[in-house]
Design a protein around this ligand. Structure first.
Ligand code: GAL
Ligand code: CA
Length: 344
C-alpha cells in the first residue's frame, strides 16, 4: 500500500513539474491574469446566464478558471484552496452558503488575495472584515417591492381574479433558499408592498422550493390538491419556480379555456418571457444577469491586475463596497428590455 502511495506521489510530483514548466509559455501573463471563479451550482437557471456574461466579458482579458461548487460549501472551500495554489491573482466567488463568506475571507486573507463576491451577498460584518473584498449584486428589497407592485397593478386590473369576492388575495408563495438575502427580501417585501398599497392578503401556503422548478412543481401539485381553486395568486421568488408552478397548473387544466391563475416571478429569464408572451405569466422582475456578470468580471479583473477596483468602469460602490445593478419590472409592454438583456 505504502509503495502505491509513494508511486502516486512521484507521479503527481512529475505531473506538477511538467505543469510548472508550461506555465511560462504565456509571455503575456500580466495582460491576461488568471482569475478563479466559483458558481454555487451550474444547474441554476439564472446563474447560467451570469456565468455566460462573465465568460463573454473575459475574452482576451483574463484566463478564467471556472468551478461548479455543486451546492456544496465544503467543496467550494476546497476549490478556493486549489485555485489559490494554482496561482490565481484574484477570486470571484458565488457562495453556496451566504453565511460562509468568513471562511473564504480567511483563506483569501492568508494568501493576500482580493475577492469579489457576487449574487449571494455576505453580511455587512463579513464585508467589513477584509479591505480587499467587494460585492456585485442587487438591492434585494427592490425586487420584492417591484414584484409587489406588479401583483397590485394586475389585481386592480382584474377584479374577476378575486374568486371568492372577499376583497383579499388568497396567495401561495414559493420561497427561494432560506437565509439567502434575495429570498428573504422578496418574500417579505412583495406581499408587504401589496398590503401597503391597500389590498388585504391571506397566505394559504409558504414553503421553500429552493429556486428550483421541479421542487416548485411538487409543492404546487400538493397545494392544488389541498386548496384547489381557493388559491387566487401564485407568487414565486424566481422564474424557475414560477415555471414549475405553471407546469403543475397546466396539468390541472389551467391556462386553457377560461381557467386562469395569476403567477409572477423574478429574473425575467428567456423561458419566462415566452410565458409572458403566451399570456400565461403575469410578469417578472428583470434580474440583470448581463450587467451583473459584466460588473463582476470588470471588478475582479481590475484587482487581479493590482488596479483600483473601479478603474475604467461605469460602476459605483455603496457604503458596503457593493455594486448594485437595478431591477426592472417586466410585463408584455416592455418585454424587449429583458429580451435584449439575455440576447447578448
Ligand atoms: C437569485 C436569482 C435566483 C437564483 C439565486 C441564486 O438572484 O433570482 O433565480 O439564481 O439568485 O443565488
Ligand atoms: Ca379573495
Amino acid at each position: 500500500m505504502k509503495k502505491v502511495v509513494s508511486l502516486l506521489l512521484v507521479l503527481l510530483l512529475s505531473v506538477s513539474l511538467i505543469g510548472c514548466g508550461n506555465k511560462n509559455k504565456s509571455a503575456d501573463a500580466e495582460a491576461t491574469p488568471k482569475v478563479g471563479v466559483t458558481i454555487y451550482k451550474y444547474d441554476d437557471n439564472f446563474m447560467s446566464f451570469v456565468r455566460r456574461a462573465i465568460s463573454k466579458n473575459a475574452e482576451d482579458k483574463a484566463e478564467l478558471i471556472f468551478n461548479n461548487s455543486q451546492n456544496d460549501q465544503a467543496k467550494q472551500n476546497e476549490q478556493v484552496e486549489m485555485m489559490i495554489s494554482k496561482g490565481v491573482k484574484a477570486l470571484a466567488i458565488n457562495l453556496v452558503d451566504p453565511q460562509a463568506a468568513a471562511t473564504i475571507i480567511s483563506k483569501a486573507k492568508e494568501a493576500d488575495m482580493p475577492v469579489v463576491f457576487f449574487n449571494k451577498e455576505p453580511s455587512v460584518e463579513d464585508m467589513a472584515s477584509y479591505a480587499d473584498c467587494w460585492y456585485v449584486g442587487t438591492n434585494s428589497a427592490e425586487s420584492g417591492v417591484i414584484q409587489g407592485e406588479l401583483i397590485f397593478d394586475s389585481w386592480k386590473a382584474h377584479p374577476e381574479w378575486d374568486k371568492n369576492g372577499d376583497g383579499k388575495i388568497q396567495y401561495v408563495l414559493l420561497k427561494g433558499e432560506p437565509g439567502h438575502p434575495d429570498a428573504e427580501a422578496r418574500t417579505k417585501y412583495s406581499m408587504e408592498t401589496v398590503v401597503d398599497k391597500g389590498i388585504q392578503v391571506e397566505e394559504l401556503e409558504l414553503q421553500t422550493g429552493m429556486w428550483d422548478s421541479v421542487k416548485a412543481k411538487e409543492l404546487m401539485d400538493a397545494w392544488l390538491a389541498k386548496h384547489g381553486d381557493s388559491i387566487e395568486y401564485v407568487v414565486a421568488n424566481n422564474d424557475a419556480m414560477a415555471l414549475g408552478a405553471i407546469s403543475s397548473l397546466q396539468a390541472e387544466g389551467y391556462f386553457s379555456g377560461d381557467k386562469f391563475m395569476p403567477v409572477v416571478g423574478v429574473d425575467a429569464i428567456p423561458d419566462a418571457l415566452t410565458k409572458i408572451e403566451d399570456g400565461i405569466l403575469v410578469g417578472s422582475v428583470l434580474n440583470d444577469a448581463a450587467n451583473q456578470g459584466k460588473a463582476t468580471l470588470e471588478l475582479v479583473l481590475n484587482v487581479a491586475k493590482g488596479e483600483a477596483v473601479l478603474e475604467g468602469t461605469e460602476w459605483k460602490l455603496d457604503e458596503n463596497k457593493a455594486v448594485r445593478v437595478p431591477y426592472v419590472p417586466i410585463t408584455l409592454d416592455n418585454i424587449q428590455i429583458a429580451k435584449d438583456c439575455y440576447s447578448e
